[in-house]
Design a protein around this ligand. Structure first.
Ligand code: HEC
Length: 424
């Protein structure tokens, strides 16, 4: 008997849940959906999905990747409880296998014909995601079998964005009829928890072939919530899901990797729908966009560490920036940012200390208010981007050759205004 089997009787899912939440959730997420550590409830297991593999991985840890070894920390019984709990949370496919059959282009749209056909190809797919496309063959039937872990606390349905005639689904050996059929949307009810699933697809009757047609995923019974993908394109589709951050009555400050911006950036969304990012390493504004703030979906889904996407349109982004001129003797040194009222950033430039406050005027303009807080009076110089998407103006000082320059006095403020062009 494996250690796990010998302790399964003693393993206690509730105890496993408590241990998981105190020790593992910080990296793997309270809902097991991942963070610094991998997602532990989906179909993808990088180091093995079998209970004894999971147990061995928890015991040994992954020191290179930052996960400690737990063999010496927990008793075998406690470790078995953690594994039980992880397995109880599982969703998606496992042990996925396939068979393909080549058919005649004038074959009937029926799956009975495969009884008399040789299997062309068969195998298992470690990705645990179905893929109905077979680019090298024109007409074929493909059949998948797998263990399907449905949502265990609610009813679920397989949802497909393809026409159903081409599919046939069996759950635990019984044919399932669709509960919903309308133009290009079909849904088949599944059971809760673990079950066997078989899905067959035929190209007969298909007009247009593209993987995108095979978006298939599990939703809740009411078809209001997308839960997990069962095909490659279904999973990709869910990964693009949007998790919009929308500031309502005050600035939202977010520190996340954003596509096109340096990782150190601090992104700020304003309720007036003009948004910007400040890079503390250079004390500069590295991007400004109008419209929705951020979609952090790609950043929090699964194990992908993809950058968040801006929700609107760029006015500019790196390498263009609004940046104080620094020299070797006067590098910029970021001090802090303030979140009360309009978000502001304080930094030191040589002997001078500045604060820059970004104030949304309306959906298309952002006022940057620079104040020399302390130090000596002296030249404030800010290099500016150019584009026909916006114009930059000032009431004090002057702008020449994309450089705003003014003789700054301690305690005084100086403004540059960035306004999107009319036709933007
Ligand atoms: C400090 C962060 C951290 C903690 C705490 C942590 N893990 Fe991990 N875990 C990781 C990382 C990172 C990986 C990915 C290893 C790699 O890159 O191969 C991982 C991988 C795993 C895997 C392998 C997943 C796969 O896809 O095969 C399992 C299982 C796992 N952890 C379980 C646990 C359990 C159970 C606990 C608590 C007892 C725990 N981890 C605590 C960071 C952590």
């Amino acid at each position: 008997m494996t250690p796990l089997q010998s302790f399964t009787a003693a393993a206690n899912t509730q105890e496993g849940k408590t241990l998981f939440e105190t020790t593992c959730a910080s990296c793997h997420g309270k809902k097991l959906t991942g963070g610094a550590g991998f997602n532990l409830k989906d179909e993808m297991w990088v180091h093995g999905s079998k209970p004894e593999q999971i147990l061995a991985n928890i015991k040994a840890g992954f020191s290179q990747a930052g996960m400690p070894a737990f063999a010496a920390i927990y008793s075998d019984q406690q470790l078995a409880s953690i594994v039980e709990y992880i397995l109880s949370q599982r969703e998606g496919l496992d042990n996925l296998t396939y068979k393909t059959y080549h058919i005649d282009s004038n074959a009937p749209q029926s799956f009975e014909i495969i009884d008399n056909l040789p299997i062309k190809k068969s195998g298992s797919l470690a990705t645990n995601l179905m893929d109905f496309s077979l680019p090298e063959v024109k007409d074929y039937i493909i059949e998948f079998e797998a263990d399907l872990y449905g949502p265990k606390d609610k009813a679920g349905q397989i949802f497909s964005m393809t026409h159903k005639e081409f599919f046939e689904i069996e759950i635990d050996g019984k044919r399932v009829e669709p509960s919903m059929t309308d133009w290009l949307r079909w849904a088949w009810p599944i059971k809760q928890g673990k079950q066997k699933i078989k899905i067959r697809y035929t190209t007969i009757g298909t007009k247009q072939r593209s993987d995108k047609r095979f978006k298939m995923f599990v939703m809740n019974g009411e078809l209001t919530e997308k839960i997990f993908g069962i095909t490659v394109s279904g999973k990709q589709y869910l990964n693009q899901a949007t998790f919009n951050i929308t500031p309502d009555n005050k600035d939202e400050v977010v520190r996340k990797k954003i596509v096109k911006l340096p990782t150190s950036s601090i992104a700020v969304g304003t309720p007036l729908n003009i948004n910007y990012a400040f890079n503390p390493k250079t004390c500069s504004f590295v991007g400004v966009w109008s419209g929705n703030f951020l979609n952090v979906g790609p950043n929090i889904e699964g194990r992908g560490r993809d950058g968040s996407l801006i929700g609107g349109d760029w006015l500019f982004h790196m390498p263009a920036q609004i940046k104080p001129l620094v020299t070797d003797t006067t590098p910029c040194e970021f001090i802090q940012y303030h979140r009360s009222g309009n978000t502001s950033f304080t930094y030191r430039l040589g002997h001078q200390q500045y604060r820059v406050e970004a104030i949304a005027q309306d959906r298309s303009s952002l006022l940057l208010n620079y104040t020399l807080l302390s130090g000596q009076n002296g030249n404030l110089q800010i290099s500016l981007p150019t584009s026909d998407k916006f114009k930059i103006s000032t009431k004090q000082g002057e702008i020449t050759d994309n450089l705003f320059s003014v003789n700054a006095k301690v305690g005084q403020s100086y403004q540059v205004l960035l306004s999107a062009s009319e036709n933007n």
